[in-house]
Design a protein around this ligand. Structure first.
Ligand code: NAI
Ligand code: MG
Length: 478
């Protein structure tokens, strides 16, 4: 059986008390690996290693171009080991193989993007009075904490750690207790690619142990968090106590608006994919479809046909959906389905025959019409449940789309150019897609939420600003 210790200062280190966590396969409940159950002691050692790497180690003296080359080499190694890493990600997260392959491709793209960007982040030169030369330096925060979830470990590693290292931060990563084996693998290969020890440390462990210890550690300078709104609030509270910054990416209840003039041939497969991808366990899942009333019947019927054809199986079967991550997630989805008993069920998919008893399976479901105030129209299920709602006109479409606590992503489908611009500007979301959704990972596209979906932007060039701060230096040469 595979076992992974923490990775601290370039060395594999077991938990001080020797405890481990079993990593279970979502497909059948088997233990596929064990990892160290790190806690406060390991977090402390990891933060110290990161600080030393910055202050006295070779890492702190690396030129931006050198950091970029290391990230580029990591991208090349991830690409060379694509098949093996995709296999690991699929087994660890229960993702269908096709999804896991896409995720590893995205990981390589993040590393390629941030590798290329590392030496292209310019500071400022500011005109100021007569006898001053003023410059703005973009400096790393210092030690950055990265607490990431189980739904897209490889991709979130790429976007978060990739951008932080590009800017010269030293990272301490806490993967989720439910999945994160690829993060450990990629952190190890970073060393082979020349990343100096201490620049990237990984502490595996439970959220309430290693995660809480990391977010409350006295010597971290910034926190990047993706996960639940509840823990996001705890993270921001911990950051506030030390007056450090954080980015929070906390999921959503993202809407796709379908107007009567939409190109349905193009829209329907995208709308279905936006909710079934990763079994609906996606922060940016398109979990509401708002349909202009005059075409509601037609669109709902055609979506229902597609839902009925969906199949759920193990990650290795590589069907439309894999299992949910764990028992809690299975129960969460079951609770929401229970609360939907009063709603018209338009269609549901099917489980493959003879699925392993230890797996956590849920069929995709389409409900509609769903009242705007219903729990299924307001709360994040984080499972394969799509709610359809009719709207009368553009104003009502925007009102419904904006009518939840969240604001991560939105999509709209219409051929009317004026409406595309009007509606896109009125939607309260961090990203809006017009006649599309999700855009294949969107490595280059700034991503993050408004309202309860969080704040701060990851991905693209914008993330490099999040992982740095501007220092103004004014020289008087009078
Ligand atoms: P979570 O928010 O508890 O876990 C996310 C990460 O935070 C994990 O690495 C976890 O170990 C860590 N963590 C947990 N408690 C912590 C604490 N007290 N201090 C510091 N770190 C802590 O999410 P969980 O429990 O895995 O899933 C619960 C729900 O959260 C899901 O059903 C879903 O609705 C939402 N979620 C949203 C995600 C997104 O992509 N926005 C990802 C994962 C979950
Ligand atoms: Mg939790």
């Amino acid at each position: 059986m595979r076992h992974h210790d923490c990775l601290i200062d370039g060395l594999e280190q077991p938990a001080a008390d020797g405890r481990t966590i079993e990593m279970l396969s979502p497909s059948d409940g088997r233990t596929i690996a064990t990892v160290a159950r790190g806690g406060a002691a390991e977090v402390d050692a990891a933060v110290r290693a990161a600080r030393q790497a910055l202050e006295t180690g070779p890492y702190g003296r690396l030129a931006a171009v050198e950091r970029g080359r290391i990230l580029s080499r990591m991208a090349a190694v991830v690409t060379a080991r694509h098949a093996e890493l995709a296999e690991l990600e699929a087994e660890d997260c229960g993702k269908p193989m096709a999804q896991a392959k896409t995720d590893i491709t995205c990981l390589a793209r993040y590393l390629e993007f941030y590798g290329g960007a590392a030496d292209k982040v310019h500071g400022l030169q500011i005109p100021f009075l007569g006898d001053w030369l003023v410059t703005g330096l973009r400096e790393p925060h210092g030690v950055t904490a990265h607490i990431i979830p189980w739904n897209y470990p490889a991709q979130i590693f790429g976007r978060s750690v990739g951008a932080a290292l590009a800017m010269g931060n030293a990272c301490v990563l806490k993967p989720a207790e439910d999945a994160g084996l690829t993060c450990l693998e990629v952190a190890r290969l970073a060393l082979e690619c020349g990343l100096p020890p201490g620049a990237l440390n990984v502490v595996t462990g439970y959220g309430e142990e290693a995660g809480a210890a990391l977010s409350k550690h006295d010597d971290i300078d910034f926190i990047s968090f993706t996960g639940s709104p509840e823990i996001g609030t705890a993270i921001q509270t911990a950051a506030a106590q030390r007056t450090i910054g954080c980015t929070l990416e906390l999921g959503g209840k993202s809407a796709q608006l379908v107007f009567a003039d939409a190109d349905l041939e193009k829209a329907l497969p995208v709308i279905v994919n936006a909710i079934i991808q990763n079994g609906g366990q996606t922060c940016s899942a398109g979990s509401r479809v708002l349909i202009e009333a005059s075409v509601f019947e037609q669109v709902a019927t055609r979506l229902a046909e597609r839902f009925s054809a969906l199949r759920v199986g193990t990650h290795a079967m590589d069907l439309d959906l894999g299992p949910l991550i764990n028992r809690q997630q299975e129960e969460r989805v079951r609770r929401f389905v229970g609360r939907a008993a009063d709603l018209p069920l338009l269609a549901e998919g099917r489980l493959a025959p003879d699925l392993p008893a230890g797996g956590h399976y849920a069929v995709p479901r389409l409900y509609g019409p769903v009242p705007a105030g219903h729990a299924l129209a307001q709360e994040e299920v984080f499972g394969p449940v799509l709610v359809a709602m009719p709207f009368q006109d553009e104003a009502e479409a925007v009102r419904l789309a904006n009518g939840t606590a969240f604001g991560l992503v939105a999509g709209l489908w219409t051929r009317d150019g004026g409406r595309q611009m009007r509606v896109a500007r009125r939607l309260r979301a961090g990203q809006v897609y017009v006649n599309g959704y999700g855009a294949g990972g969107g490595i280059e596209l700034p991503f993050g939420g408004v309202k309860r979906s969080g704040h701060g932007r990851e991905k693209g060039f914008e993330a490099l600003y999040e992982f740095s701060q501007l220092k103004t230096i004014a020289f008087n040469h009078g």
